[in-house]
Design a protein around this ligand. Structure first.
Ligand code: SF4
Ligand SMILES: [Zn+2]
Length: 366
């Protein structure tokens, strides 16, 4: 029997096919942004291993994710090239940081303890944020308690994390793992790396933590995607429970943030949604996973974006705000009894969906 070579497999199939479709979808969007302005900045509160902290969240505009340029993940609406030329200078990045500091000074009573920096890509990728900018940003926030920076696992290494922890700032790297199941990550999300790469990144964080010798902590925050396309509600729930458990079992990973998929424009999920091929997860599913994984050795949180809308995670429309509030309470207190106080008739519908939804196609004739 002959076996196809990897090249043959790649052409027009699997990831290559997903990437072709995603490139076509993304090319429908034409946008360019000012490289001196961050994409977004806001103040909030977050649960950390040291308790609930006031946080400043920054989305830096860095030219976008390399993987998105190749096609990228099926649910991700981040622009492939968010600035003309595809990269942002050190000076422009520092201007963005100044805008964020001004926003904080204007809207907060005092400096936030926790700084979270996302880039619609990888903060630790030196093609997005060079070493000079990374070190300057670490210096800027040297007086804070904790930093979170986002990165794909390939770019995580102990020296880069050391730029932050040598200031005595606890540092977490947020990794968009999406799921612990390689098959689902590759085929449903179209994300290229393996769980083993995530484990390697956790080991780098654990090494940085050990080298810091108690002056500061380093760890990994895993971001999971609840209900990528092509899974039924019950498959998505089972995949999330298994994923939370596997992540919590990896040394160096102390927090799991499970985020329900929402339908972003210019994505494959968006195309499927318009063809009635995708529904974002039920909020009951989110609550169910949080309840089922309450005993794992990690903080487990969820932040349903766009809850209650058709394009976001939702229940029946009547109970969405209540369930969302219970999820937010759970994030801060990690107490599953918050879900006992919410109920709605639509929970029965969700149970039927969990039991009967099938992902394979139904033949129209016999
Ligand atoms: S989800 Fe992350 S890795 Fe995937 S395309 Fe978007 S920014 Fe890139
Ligand atoms: Zn309801």
């Amino acid at each position: 029997m002959s076996h196809p070579t990897p090249d043959v497999y790649e052409q027009g199939k699997g990831m290559d096919a997903h990437n072709q479709v995603m490139r076509e979808i993304r090319s429908r969007k034409e946008a360019s942004y000012d490289p001196h302005e961050p994409t977004r900045v806001w103040l909030d509160e977050d649960n950390t291993p040291d308790g609930v902290k006031r946080s400043l969240t920054i989305i830096l505009n860095t030219g976008g994710c390399r993987w998105a340029r190749a096609g990228g993940c099926t649910m991700c609406g981040y622009v492939a090239e968010s600035v003309d030329g595809g990269s942002v200078s050190h000076e422009a990045l520092m201007d963005q940081i100044d805008v964020c500091l001004a926003h904080e000074a204007e809207n907060g009573d005092e400096p936030a303890d926790l700084i979270k920096i996302y880039t619609s890509g990888s903060f630790l990728d030196e093609r997005e944020v060079g070493a000079e900018s990374r070190k300057a940003i670490a210096d800027t926030f040297a007086d804070r308690e904790r930093m979170v920076v986002e990165s794909l696992p390939d770019f995580v290494d102990r020296e880069k994390i050391a730029d932050f922890i040598r200031h005595g700032v606890d540092t977490d790297v947020a990794i968009g793992l999406e799921t612990a199941t390689d098959r689902v990550r590759h085929d449903c999300v179209n994300k290229y790396f393996d769980f083993a790469d995530f484990e390697d990144a956790c080991a780098e964080a654990a090494a940085a933590d050990a080298e810091a010798g108690g002056d500061a902590d380093a760890g990994i925050k895993a971001y999971l995607l609840m209900k990528p396309p092509f899974l039924t509600e019950s498959e998505a729930v089972a995949d999330m429970i298994a994923s939370v458990e596997r992540c919590a079992g990896v040394e160096g990973c102390h927090t799991v943030s499970m985020n329900p998929c929402n339908v972003q424009r210019y994505t494959m999920v968006d195309d499927l949604y318009f063809e009635d091929g995708y529904r974002p997860p039920w909020l009951w599913s989110v609550a169910h996973v949080l309840r089922e994984t309450v005993d794992v050795d990690a903080i487990v949180v969820s932040d349903p974006v766009g809850h209650g809308s058709d394009r976001g995670p939702h229940n029946c429309g009547e109970c969405d705000d209540l369930v969302q509030k219970a999820i937010k309470d759970f994030d801060l207190r990690q107490d599953p009894s918050v879900f006992e106080q919410v109920s709605c008739e639509c929970e029965r519908t969700w149970e039927v969906v969990m039991e009967r939804e099938r992902s394979f196609n139904q033949p129209l004739t016999h």
